[in-house]
Design a protein around this ligand. Sequence first.
Ligand code: ZN
Length: 74
Amino acid sequence: MFPLSTGIAFVAGLGLGVLAVLWLVYERRDLRQASGRRPSAHHCVRCDAVYGAPGTAGSMPCPRCGHPNPALRF
Ligand SMILES: [Zn+2]
């Protein structure tokens, strides 16, 4: 039988290990999404429309007037 403090340290270490694995999984997922699959937001300077587009294309035509607008940066 091991002392109680050893058991507490084991459970705390196990919890930290699970959190580290989850952090790595979600960090890798975010990096993959940032490489082209995240939708972009655009604001038309001609007709003041705000619209979204799939991907991170540099310029997308406005669905209302057709004027090309660059993606918004936050
Ligand atoms: Zn427009």
